[in-house]
Ligand binder design. Structure first.
Ligand code: UT7
Length: 325
C-alpha cells in the first residue's frame, strides 16, 4: 500500500500592524514618494498588508502559525519529527530559522532545516517533506513559510515597496494510507537571478552590496504567467488528473492579474481560486500556506477536495503541488 503524506492541520499568523494602501501612500508621501490606492489596486489587486514590529523575527511569526497548525491537527510539538521552514528573511545568517523555531516550540531533537526558494519556497518545502515522509525518513512534519519582507524593502522605490507584506503559514503533514499529496513539479532557472534579488551579502563584518529588494516587475510578470501554466499541467499529468478535477487553485499571491491569467489558461473560474493578495500583499514563501489556511478556516477548502498549489519567484524558481485535502 502506498504511503502518502497528508495535510492534517493548517495554521497562519499575521502581525497586528495592518496598513491599507492609503496608510502606506501617506507614509511614503512624507518621503516624497508618490503612489496611490488606485494605482496599487489596479495593477496588483493589493489593498492592505501587515508589517511586523521591529522586534519580531520570522521565527516569531512562524511560531504562532505552527501552534495554530498543530492545534488544528490535534498534535503536540513533541509529536513532530521534521521541521522545514521556507524563508528568504531568516532570523540570522545561521543557524536556520527552523532550528530557532524548533527551540521556541519545544520540539527539540527532530530534524530541522530551512529551504530557500523565495516565493516558491513553500511548494519546494512541501515537496521535500512529502518525499521524506514517502521514503520513511519522517512521519510527521511541520512545514512553514514565514517572512518579514518589510525588512528588505526599499521604501524609496515605489515600484516594489507597495507590493510586499509580512506573515507566516504552516501545515502539519503526516504519513497516511489515505491520499494526500498526489504529485509535484519543481523547477529553477538561475540565469534569471538578477530580475528579483537582494544582492547584498555580509562580508568581513559589513554588508557588501545593496541589502534591499530589487525587481524587474515586467520580466517577472512575463516569466510567471508562462511557467505557472506549464507546472500546473505537468503536475496534473503526473497524477493522471485533468484541469476539471481541480476544486481549488491556491497560487502564490503576488498579483491578481497573474492569478487571473493562470486560472483562465486552466479553464477555471475565479470562484475556484483562493485570493488573499488583496488583504496580505505578497508575503513570499508565506503566501501559499496563508491562503491555504484562510481557505480552510473560511470553509471554502474542505476535506476530500483536490487542491493545486502554485509558487513562482526569485531564482527564478517555480513549481506546483497537487493534493487531496
Ligand atoms: O513574488 C514574486 C513574484 N513577483 C511578481 O509576481 C511581480 C510581478 N510583476 C508585477 O506584478 C507588475 O509588473 C508590477 C505590479 C510590479 C508593476 O506593474 P506594471 O503594470 O508592470 O507597471 P510598470 O512597471 O509598467 O509601471 C507603469 C507605470 C510607470 O510609470 P510610467 O513610466 O509609465 O510613467 C511606473 O513608474 O507605473 C509607475 N509606477 C507607479 N505609480 C504609482 C510604478 N510603481 C508605482 C506606484 N505608484 N507604486
Amino acid at each position: 500500500m502506498r504511503r502518502y503524506a497528508r495535510i492534517t492541520g493548517t495554521g497562519s499568523y499575521l502581525p497586528p500592524r495592518r496598513l491599507t494602501n492609503h496608510d502606506l501612500a501617506a507614509e511614503l508621501a512624507q518621503r516624497g514618494i508618490e503612489t496611490s490606492d488606485e494605482w496599487i489596486v489596479e495593477r496588483t489587486g493589493i489593498r492592505a498588508r501587515h508589517f511586523a514590529a521591529p522586534e519580531a523575527a520570522s521565527s516569531d511569526l512562524a511560531l504562532e502559525a505552527a501552534r495554530n497548525a498543530l492545534e488544528a491537527a490535534g498534535r503536540q510539538p513533541q509529536d513532530i519529527d521534521l521541521i522545514i521552514v521556507a524563508t528568504s528573511t531568516p532570523d540570522m545568517v545561521f543557524p536556520s530559522t527552523a532550528c530557532i523555531l524548533q527551540n521556541k516550540l519545544g520540539a527539540n531533537g527532530c530534524a530541522a532545516f530551512d529551504v530557500q526558494a523565495v516565493c516558491s519556497g513553500f511548494v519546494y518545502a512541501l515537496t521535500v517533506a512529502d518525499a521524506m515522509i514517502q521514503s520513511g525518513a519522517a512521519s510527521r512534519a511541520l512545514v512553514v513559510g514565514a517572512e518579514v519582507f518589510s525588512r528588505i524593502l526599499d521604501f524609496n522605490d515605489r515600484t516594489t515597496c507597495v507590493l510586499f507584506g509580512d506573515g507566516a503559514g504552516a501545515v502539519v503533514l503526516e504519513a497516511s494510507e489515505e491520499p494526500g499529496i498526489l504529485a509535484s513539479d519543481l523547477h529553477a532557472d538561475g540565469k534569471h537571478v538578477g530580475i528579483l534579488c537582494v544582492p547584498g551579502n555580509v562580508y568581513g563584518g559589513q554588508v557588501l552590496g545593496d541589502p534591499l529588494l530589487k525587481m524587474d516587475g515586467q520580466a517577472v510578470f512575463k516569466l510567471a504567467v508562462g511557467v505557472l501554466e506549464k507546472a500546473a499541467r505537468a503536475t496534473l499529468d503526473k497524477a493522471g488528473l485533468a484541469d476539471s478535477d481541480i476544486d481549488w487553485l491556491i497560487p502564490h499571491q503576488a498579483n491578481i492579474r497573474i492569478m487571473q491569467s493562470t486560472a483562465r489558461k486552466l479553464g477555471l473560474s475565479m470562484d475556484k481560486v483562493v485570493v488573499t493578495v488583496d488583504q496580505h500583499g505578497n508575503t513570499s514563501a508565506a503566501s501559499i500556506p496563508l491562503a491555504l489556511d484562510h481557505g480552510v478556516r473560511s470553509g471554502q477548502v474542505r476535506p476530500g477536495q483536490t487542491v493545486l498549489l502554485e509558487g513562482v519567484g526569485g531564482g527564478f524558481t517555480w513549481g506546483a503541488v497537487l493534493l487531496k485535502m
